[in-house]
Structure formats: structure tokens, C-alpha cells
Design a protein around this ligand. Sequence first.
Ligand code: SF4
Length: 461
Amino acid sequence: MFLSVFEMFKIGIGPSSSHTMGPMLAANRFLQRLNLTGNLSSAKRVETTLHGSLAFTGRGHGTARAVILGLLGETPEALDPEVIQEMTDNVAVNKVLNLDGRYRIPFREERDIVFDFGVALPGHSNGMIIRGFDASGDVILEQTYYSIGGGFVVLAEELAARDDDKPLADVPYSFRTAAEMLGMGEQSEKSIAAMKFANEVAVKSKDIVVRDLDRIWSAMESCISRGLRKDGELPGGLKVKRRARKIRDSLVAEEQGSRNARLEHTVMDWLSLYALAVNEENAAGGRVVTAPTNGAAGIIPAVIKYYQDFCPGASKSGIHDFLLTASAIGGLIKYNASISGAEVGCQGEVGAASAMAAAGLAAVLGGTNAQIENAAEIALEHHLGMTCDPVGGLVQVPCIERNAMGAVKAVNAASLALRGDGSHIVPLDTAIETMRQTGMDMLSKYKETSEGGLAVNLTAC
Ligand code: SF4
């Protein structure tokens, strides 16, 4: 199994990796397929049907808008969040969509994007079918896509062909379990970050890997900075107010005004506000990095920023090691369970992100591989069973604050693990398998459908 650090951390836009980025990429892949089969210019209508969780929380997550942008030929990484409104307004007003930016077709959102609330498609709870029609109304291409979490999109046939029958990637440390990862580390005497780095440089040059790791951190850091500059209400109608900037301002004022030593626990406020800043940006549809998803995108940047600002000796290479280690843990969780809230609940998003961040922090604070694995396990274990119940189908409540809690738990888990010798009762593999089983047993109303939990008990204003 080899999942690149750059597949785990993808620069995109909010508010959701599975419901915004995934559908946009799927629509874009559909265009490529139309093009490859020589059908792009003959397509006169394109219809998208959203199923399962994509239908239930698609409105709050901006899924229709994402599909439109994908059909216009946009991708999450290249798209400027500032122009989204204008582009989608143009389509709505003119009732014309410029397919791949080249071919004008009639388009009416209420007709051409269908929210199907019936039975979900068989492969995954985030399914969508896209059909292209020619001038006579005949189907020229039909594809079923699944948005499987974290901005990963697969065709139905790719989903069916995945997993065990797939050959192992040609990289030196192709571990599929935490036990294999620890075994390879022991044999090679390499850290988890060093093994991941060796895997990356087997497919890309060292300079490019270093450059791209810097790009990822730079995008995360810019997201924190933007989130700390902005104020006001988030879109969507829940009237949720941004808090990150206010908390930062009050902390700064306290530090400047007080002669007394600050209370030690205020470090948690800093950690929390970094996470809030990212997730407020995400909720506003801004530029974010999947880590491993958009809904959980604040935890890893917050813990890295904590490392940078509060841990003596923090360095740029430490940030690289953090990202590499975190991606190793995220890869194990994705491969052996899921990072999709629609599949296993929030334990797979915030739980996974917290485990990844805990491992990253333990690594850069000098932890052994066993301590790093222990840190990830502690963080994941104490998110087991956490449901996904976003109020109003928006990635705001409980999501934004939940990232702050996930970041605090990550630091706590790393610290606990570093005070031990790496030996512990529950192996990370067992925690991951438990998460998978718990997710399978979880009722679908707790898996990104907004039909249970806080989503039904909190009356939206
Ligand atoms: S509750 Fe968790 S899994 Fe669900 S949308 Fe929010 S962050 Fe994602």
C-alpha cells in the first residue's frame, strides 16, 4: 500500500472534501471521459444524480455548485474561491453552462442536478451518476462515481477492483498495517518519516518532494492567517459567528496588559483558535488543505502551528517530518478503515486527523516509532464511536469546534505517549479495525445525513 503524502494533503476549497471537492473532481473526470471518447462536442445536456449522503447533506455542503464548477472545467486546486459566486450566478441567470469552458449547453440546476433521497448506491454512501445526452436525447456516456472521503473519487469499477487484488506499489516501504510499519522501521532503523520520505522519492525527485511539502504547509499556514483576519457570520443561515480572530485578539491583549504570568492552560486557547481559523475558512468555502478531509482540516495545521510557536527547536525539516508521519498514519486508517464521515462517522474524520496530528507531534518531539504509533492509537481510541451529525447539513456545528477539541486531544495523546516507552495495551491496528467495525454498525442517520444527533435536536434558527 502506498498513498502519497500529496494525496492525503490536497489543496482545495471548502466546505467539504467528500461533498464539494469530490463531486467537482467527478464532474471534471466526466468531462475528460467525454473528451477521450470524442463525445464532448456532441453533448447537449448533462444530468447529475446525487445519492445517499450526497443527497441528504449536499445542499448544505454546496454539492450542486461543485458539480457545476466541475462541468465548467474547474478543479478544486486551481479554482479561485473569490470567483465561485460569479461563475455559478452566471449559469443560474443565463441557464447556459459552458461545458469544459468550451461548449455552451442549456443548463437548469433544478432539472439537471437531481437529489435522490431513495436507497443509496451500493458501493459507498456518497454516490453520483452523471449522464451526457446528445441532441436526440440519447445517452452518450453514463458514469457512476463514488466520493470516498478526503477528496478521493473513484469510478464504480475502480471501487470494485480496489484493495487486495491490487499489486503493492513499487516503493521501498509499502506497509499496509501499523505492525508492518513498525517491523520495517525496526529492520531498516529508519523513522516513520524517513520511510515515507523514501517512498516519496521513489516516485518523485527529492527537490520536488521538499518543494511540495513546503507548498502544503504554506497553504495550511495561509489558511490560518486568513481565518485570523476575518470576522462576521458564516454563510448558510445558521448564523454561526467566526470566533478565531476574537479569541486571538483577547489573548494578545491579555498578554500585553497583564504583569502576571499567563495561565498555563491558555496554550490550549492558541491551539484551539488555529483550528477554528482553518475550519471557519473551510465553512466559508475558502482555500483549505484536506487533512485528511475538509471537515477535519483544522487539526493538523493547528498542531503544526503549536509546534512552530510553542515548542523550542521547531524547524522546517520538523514540519516535513510531521506531515510525512501524519500521512503514514492517515494512509493506514484510509486503507484499513475509512476517512469518510458518510461511511464511518466523525471518528473517521476528526478521529483520524487527531491520530495523524498526535503521531506527527510525537515524531517531531523526538518520539520513537513505537511512541509515535502509541500517540496515534491514544488519539484514535478516544474518538471511537463519534458520529457525524452536522446541523443543517453545514460543516459548521459541531465540526468547527470539534477540530479544536481534536487538536487538544492530539497534543495530549502525543504527550502521554512520550512519557511512556511505546509499549501499550491496544495496538493501533486494533483501534483502526475497531473504528471500522463501529462505523459499519453505526446507523446511517449518524453518518453525514443530518438525520440524527445534534442535527435533529438543535433547532435551526
Ligand atoms: S461532524 Fe465530523 S464528519 Fe461530520 S461533517 Fe462535521 S467534521 Fe465532517
